[in-house]
Design a protein around this ligand. Sequence first.
Ligand code: ADP
Ligand code: MG
Length: 633
Amino acid sequence: MGKETTHKFKAEVSQLLDILVHSLYTNKEIFLRELISNASDALEKARFKATSQGAEDAVAPEIRITADKDAGTVTVTDTGVGMTRDELMRNIGTIAHSGTAEIARLAQDGKESLDALIGRFGVGFYSVYMVADEVTVTTRSMDPDAEPMAWTSDGRNDYKLEALDGEAAKDLPRGTRIEVKLKKDMVSQFANPAALRNIVKKHSNFINFPIFVDGERVNTISALWREPKFQITGEQYAEFYKFLTYDSEDPLDTLHTSVDAPVQFNALMFIPKHGDDPFGMNRENRGLDLYVRRVLIERQNKDLLPEYLGFVKGVVDTEDLPLNISRETLQDNLLMRKISSTLVKQVLDHLAKAAKDDEDRYAEFWRAHGLLFKAGYMDFLNKDKFATLVRFNSSHHDDAKGLASLADYVSRAKEGQKEIYYAYGPSREALALSPHLEVFRRKGIEVLYLFEPIDEFVMDALRDFEGNALVSAEHADMSKLDPFADVEAVERPEPLSEVQKPLLDKLLARFKAVLGDAVTEVKATDRLSSSPVCLANPDGNVTSSMDKIMRVVSKDTSIPRKVLEVNPDHPLMRNLLAICEKDENDPFIDQAANQLFESALLLEGYLTDPHALVGRVQDLLTKSSNWYVETRK
Ligand code: ADP
Ligand code: MG
């Protein structure tokens, strides 16, 4: 026997083990799925290594599972790459996989239940300690110089390593054997071939290598993507999808294709019912599995689909790439690029068809993945298709659930309207109050509602949809709106008299004098109906929300200088004109100018110091309450 050494687990491993050992998670059977998945990975690696050296692997690839009720053990043996001493220490004992470290962190947070976490991440090798008192890993690496090794641990603080020699080493075949000594209360449940068979069928049926339980082959179907479509049932697709993604629900949509030109490949792709946080850590989990002639080349390859289609899960298998291709050269491989552009086209066409065939289902897709999909505005090659697939909520809808395509908008546009208007806001309620949209409400012109910062980038990139310019409502050219009659009756006062017109100029000049450099200009507008004033951007290119994003990026906290637009028909303005007629320097005008300006800043989200505003409102309330008391007498 070789010398035995003892090693402490890395802190994060101890933490994770502690969580798993004490876990009340009921679905403990997934430990087997994880061990089989590791065995399968080891077999894929062995095959990949052999083929990239241009040789067939002499060892038959297989996974064998046995149960021993009396000893209370379950053993999983594979003929894969095995591990050297260094690899054992690096792979089992530390956490290489960020997902596992993430679980330990999240479980400590206590915000998410362990159930949900274990379900969401592959918890890997350590999950075996949900059912085990002790685990022994015996392994012989494919590397001919490596010593066979044994690793043992009860999953508490440390593990023992031992180089095997003599009898123990002589008969040890290549690969890895994992002997699980079950906790007492787990023996009847798992040291049972029938139960093990069921678990394999349920979680590991699509593993690419034969799995035997007590000598009997269990999994039958492999490489489902290579089977003819008509022979595959919806159930089989769903089963494969769940196997691939660990999702507990069926996929929303399945796309199975076989392409011969310009490059040969089979692809089986799925769209899940639910999206993940589009910019969160699940990004790592994106990507299609790439096979060459059924041999796994890379799991979750990041080059086949662009990020914005990252919600698509699945498998691509091609005959055209060489088996010994290195993962490093995949990225600049011309064939890969051809496969990729064909895949993108297929996914987009599929979505277009889905949108046409069943609006409700497409809406479901959009709610799950729309946010990520919108990043496709950067895919200039597919811009036109992308434009037909984006959806927005709009003033046409009764609530935030409604979705409109750009084509829907155009079909509802006024006769002669050549613009598609949009506005950004935090909610429908906020947009309903926006002074910038008053003219659109009055004239019954639809406005697309943008709730996400990325929406404006989409509009900016598209610029135009089938000859209709995409225009921010805030920057609408009023002369283009003039031809459309009001649909909402607005009470307008008498037009300004010849006496009032010059007074208005005086009033606006007074406003500008009071506000000074805080505004670039004060001018009259006819876009408003119920608001007395609004702020508009002097630079016609940048919308307020885009401006805010740019300010956050450049850490600029100053208040932007804008144009104060004044509604001369508003009763408040008419009163101010009357005051102005008596005395253009009346301090009430100054007070009103400041108050209106700060209220507008507040609406736009720029007011940082409310002190002056609050003091002024109190003063105005005091004054108006005097008047109110008088009128109530
Ligand atoms: P993951 O599979 O996500 O990498 P695991 O915790 O399941 O994480 O496994 C950790 C590592 O241990 C694997 O990446 C692999 O290097 C090694 N390993 C586990 N089981 C085996 C096995 N049967 N054969 C070879 N290596 C293995
Ligand atoms: Mg694993």
